[in-house]
Design a protein around this ligand. Structure first.
Ligand SMILES: [Fe+2]
Ligand SMILES: [Fe+2]
Length: 167
């Protein structure tokens, strides 16, 4: 925030700010997923996290594409929300010994992350359309679709296996 004037003046500025926010979040998720893969015991969950790590790298590429389409430099701004979600996830995991209970906790944390991403992409897509940037909206929609599919897959793994094993 500038001293003399506020930095975000228009919806376009706000769109760019939120793009920088999700860029930071995706990069942070890319750095955090390997640890979650290491902590997961259930093979299906581990494989799910591995797949999502690959997808997350694609998400970063797509966000960079949107920066380029929109004519601004790819840059991240701190996102205390994703930092908080991941910090809490790490703290809870550190307090669990039982491997099956830990898997249930990992799913809960991962779904909190997916829902954060989904809310950001949902908003970014709506704003891109409003700004006449359906090209940007289309690229962002690909990320949203993968976050939604991951969230559904995590629910399925939890309800069909992990919660039963953890109980
Ligand atoms: Fe993502
Ligand atoms: Fe994700």
């Amino acid at each position: 925030m500038g001293f003399f004037s506020k930095d975000i003046k228009t919806l376009d500025d706000l769109f760019i700010h939120m793009l920088r926010d999700i860029y930071y979040a995706e990069k942070k998720i890319e750095r955090t997923l390997p640890k979650m893969i290491g902590e997961a015991t259930d093979p299906q969950l581990k494989a799910g996290f591995e797949k999502h790590l690959e997808q997350t790298r694609g998400h970063i590429d797509r966000v960079e594409q949107v920066f380029e389409l929109h004519g601004v430099k790819a840059k991240a701004v701190n996102c205390p929300a994703i930092d908080g979600i991941l910090e809490e996830a790490d703290k809870v995991s550190g307090d669990i010994d039982d491997k099956e209970v830990l898997d249930a906790a990992l799913i809960a944390s991962a779904q909190a992350v997916e829902h954060y991403e989904m809310t950001r992409y949902g908003t970014l897509i709506a704003w891109a359309k409003q700004l006449g940037r359906s090209d940007c909206a289309n690229v962002l929609a690909k990320n949203l679709k993968e976050e939604q599919a991951t969230d559904r897959k995590l629910t399925e793994i939890a309800e069909n296996r992990i919660n039963l094993l953890a109980a």
